[in-house]
Design a protein around this ligand. Structure first.
Ligand code: ADP
Ligand code: MG
Length: 375
């Protein structure tokens, strides 16, 4: 990568974790994410002409004409994350972009549920907003990034990832109501435990298609619920007792999905309360219950994730563990006592290798500020 001085500005865009509240954002409930100290770094430079070059250290670069109508590329090309946000920006700020180049490097694992995708979308959005003085509000930028993933990538993601990438702050978790977008920054009182991500290094190939399927299943549940109970607008707000009254109306699969969502919403609210009260042991129990629901009711786990969570239950140094992100691979998020992190990682890595013949990678993460400019 060329030295900083050759660029007009540099953006650091973080990945995110989510402590609890998985698959809840698109169901209108609460989530508990935070931005972390792993980042995508993007350097931008304005230039003459029409053609923009975008390069990444880990993918083939691409170019496009900033003055021609942008369309998604076929076959999951990573350009879609970039072209999608530019398309979204141009809708709100027509004619305000001109040619630029950018270079991307990253210490975020890709496809591991830490949302390298949102880090990329948000980093590009934030960088172009600054480079061209677009004056887009944070919320406008968050929505541009989310919509890029819907329209250009084809994943109907909720708003959590982009929100966390923009709104994260050091040592804070974000209790976000995904419906109203009201949020609170909470202190993460987790001493003497640390947050450690364990990456299965299984890429979540099914994630995008199954993600969209789960959305449809939840929409189906909501159609039936609304036909009986007019007060409810989002699945996350429907109490489990109400869902149970629909045993004959909802098919078995949809009933399981709805039960998971209702219970996970309750767990997330509960978790935010116990976190503020400093009851970290209870918080960990809620993480385990979340994993159980994701694995057995929402069916988005996989043998590798289940293995890591089960293994942790036999070790007192770990008080909470669950899969994080869309599922079918990626990372678990773990609360591990600070004195035992290295020894625990060593033993679980050996066990994981024995069982799956795969390497485990680990990241001790700290909670960090959201997307920003660096010098
Ligand atoms: P996650 O968001 O959990 O990391 P996704 O499958 O949602 O996984 O997003 C990963 C995709 O984001 C990659 O396949 C690629 O298209 C894009 N991406 C992420 N980081 C980079 C990068 N550094 N360079 C190019 N593309 C990237
Ligand atoms: Mg993603």
């Amino acid at each position: 990568m060329v030295a900083n001085k050759h660029f007009d500005l540099t953006v650091k865009s973080p990945g995110r974790i989510n402590l609890i509240g998985e698959h809840i954002d698109y169901n209108g409930g609460h989530v508990l994410p935070a931005a972390i100290n792993l980042n995508i770094t993007i350097r931008f430079k304005k230039k003459e002409g029409n053609v923009c070059h975008v390069n990444s250290k880990v993918r083939n670069g691409f170019k496009f004409n900033i003055h021609e109508k942008l369309k998604p590329k076929s076959n999951n090309h990573w350009a879609n994350y970039v072209l999608g946000v530019i398309h979204g920006i141009l809708k709100l700020r027509p004619k305000q972009l001109s040619a630029f180049d950018c270079e991307i490097e990253s210490d975020l694992p890709i496809g591991s549920g830490i949302s390298s995708s949102a880090a990329l979308e948000c980093g590009i959005t934030f960088g172009l907003n600054s480079l061209f003085n677009l004056n887009l509000s944070k919320l406008e930028q968050i929505k541009i990034a989310q919509k890029a993933e819907h329209d250009f990538v084809g994943t109907k993601c909720g708003i959590m990832d982009q929100f966390a990438v923009y709104m994260g702050q050091e040592k804070k978790v974000i209790l976000l109501n995904c419906e109203t977008l009201k949020y609170e920054l909470l202190d993460a009182n987790i001493d003497p435990y640390n947050i450690v991500l364990l990456n299965t290094n299984v890429e979540h190939k099914l994630a995008s298609s199954e993600y969209n399927n789960r959305r449809k299943e939840c929409e189906r549940a909501m159609e039936i619920i609304k036909s009986k109970y007019t007060d409810y607008h989002h699945l996350a707000e429907v109490p489990i007792d109400v869902i149970k009254t629909l045993e004959n109306e909802l098919d078995e699969l949809v009933l399981k999905r709805a039960a998971y969502v209702s219970e996970e919403e309750k767990r997330t609210i509960n978790a935010s309360i116990v976190l503020q009260n400093g009851d970290i042991i209870k918080f960990g129990e809620l993480m385990y219950a979340s994993h159980d629901g994701l694995s057995n009711k929402y069916d988005v786990s996989c043998p590798e994730l289940d293995f890591l969570v089960d293994y942790s239950k036999k070790h007192n140094s770990v008080i909470g563990s669950r899969m994080m992100g869309g599922g079918f691979g990626g990372c678990t998020i773990n609360l591990i006592h600070e004195d035992y992190i290295q020894s625990y990682i060593k033993s679980i890595s050996v066990a994981y290798k024995d069982r799956f013949n795969l390497e485990l990678s680990s990241f001790k993460v700290s909670l960090s500020k959201g997307v920003s400019l660096i010098n």
